[in-house]
Design a protein around this ligand. Sequence first.
Ligand code: B16
Ligand code: MG
Length: 211
Amino acid sequence: MSVKGYILDLDGVICDTAGFHFKAWCRLAQEYGVTLDHQDHENLKGVDRETSLRYILGKADIHPDHSLLQRDMERKNQWYLDMVAGMTPDDLFPGTLQFLNRAKEHNIRIALGSASKNARLVLQKLNIEHLFDAIVDGSIVENGKPHPETFLKAAHLLQLKPEECIVFEDAPSGIRAAIAAGCTVIGIGKPESLKGARVVIPSLASFVPHH
Ligand code: B16
Ligand code: MG
């Protein structure tokens, strides 16, 4: 089946907000006497806010009630937003604009498929929101990655079948979600942490399309 759409994850694919998320989670985890390591970083990538917080509190053996969850999610998000406030188009990973423009020239439809409730804000900071035909973010998805809903919704909004879409993902949870949705997946990052992807490339800049 020919490829008609690209669905891009945000953090770790378009820009390094994955680093901002991890910094903010590390700060919170420290307060509970927990130090997060590289494996925790991989596990948290692409995972929604509440599930991420529960993961960290679980390491501290804390069983949170609703108000603790709300309070800590808000604090973490504020630290994250403080970092996002300083973003500019210079924070796009190299080659992203060329990737998007080349796709447009070939009439490939483009969607965002992010778990983040802040995704639109980040796209605005990067000045690329107008290049997307559809945006699926954490505010309109009920079941976060690895559930396939994010990518099924994105394909639907592009008016394409999942099999007609390539998903670009940097996170194990996202790769599982994209496979479950029936999309082809290209991993962005290192092959050892992205098992299951059709191929793994270091960044969007090294993607060679077959059109
Ligand atoms: P927020 P992605 C994900 O975005 C991040 O990778 C993950 O670290 C974060 O917890 C999640 O979004 C929720 O983000 O707190 O901003 O709603 O990789 O799916 O673009
Ligand atoms: Mg990601």
